[in-house]
Ligand binder design. Sequence first.
Ligand SMILES: [Zn+2]
Length: 423
Amino acid sequence: MKPRLATVIAAALAAPLLSAPAYAADARPTPPRTGFEQTNGARWTTQPEEQDFLATVDRASTRVTLTRIGTTEQDRPLQLVRIAERPTTRTVLLICSQHGDEPSGREACLTTVRDLAYTKDARTKEFLSRTTLLVVPTANPDGRAADTRGNSDGVDINRDHLSLRTAEARAMATILRDRRPDVVYDLHEYTATPLYYEKDLFDLWPRNLNTDAAVHTEARTLSRSYVRPAAGSAGFTTGTYGIWTDPVTGDPIRQVAGDGQERILRNMSGVKHSVGLLIESRVEPPTEGTPEPDNNRRRVNSQLAALKGLFSFAGERGRQVDTATAAARLTGYRDTGPIYLGGADNDPAEPTEVIENPACGYRLTAEQFAEVADELALHGVRTRPDGAGAYVPLRQSLRALVPLLLDERAPYHLTAGEADVNC
Ligand SMILES: [Zn+2]
């Protein structure tokens, strides 16, 4: 396609990620535009358009690698985009639109991939020389095609990060296991309740009590000191996901979502020692009668503003994040401390939800192991043969995950292993 003048100008004017124009007007080849951009927000980018867009970016940029990481029930590809100047120890993962009817995060992810792929900006290139960015642009392709929250079986993928029944959650678990991202950033949208719950953006860190303290602190810092200020300076209001606030005082008055359950990606990120953050843009326009394309652009722009905060965080606090996640991945080998089967960072666990003296492992019969071996492997949980079955020790990097998967008291356990207390 010949570059039209309007395309070139729009590309040159596109907001740079970190500073200065991301690419010059004379850049060749012309960066592709999403269906959303081409229609100025009148409609969302289709999946065939996404395929062309990503293939073009992949061909044009040496720093981009596009791989297929799975296939959905309806035969759509699950894809991972990797953007890096060179191999790095630091990895940031974006999971976009796990809920198929929450499309704006996906649009923000697609243009972010493009802008980073084509950038000539020295600071952005410097950022990419220290940080590898992984992006799953469409985490729920069948749901996106049907504009539904769940996948084609009606399963909410964001409640499947423990059981791993869906192809979508299995693909994401593989990324967490093999790429061990330092940051997992999960883009969603929400429906407002006027006066009480209507900020442009809400975010939330892992509330699960098994999250390492230093990792939890970094996730709070990402929210409080980077994402919210970045969104705020772009004119967007922010708050805490799941918490209604008093319209006059701003004080929290009620919690409607955002608990600590481990099967949600935000919490599983913490259990797996990544700095997790959920981000939710508001679907409804700020004022009634706002034209739909204008409102759609607001939704996407709010996500892009928050992403700038994420990238500043990765750039500025990278070393602390590396240190926190690396240390957290080792603490399981000490095999000490309680494990929490419930509760949250704002809701203390009941005594029955705390395993004060965890077993040293769980024994699985041959039958049980046959049933869950795939899922244990996808999580990266270490096992060893034990008679005809298997033994799953707690002394491993994902220590807390073992009882969450195998203890009969855990609310979402896969199977009830026999606790080994003779150690
Ligand atoms: Zn969602």
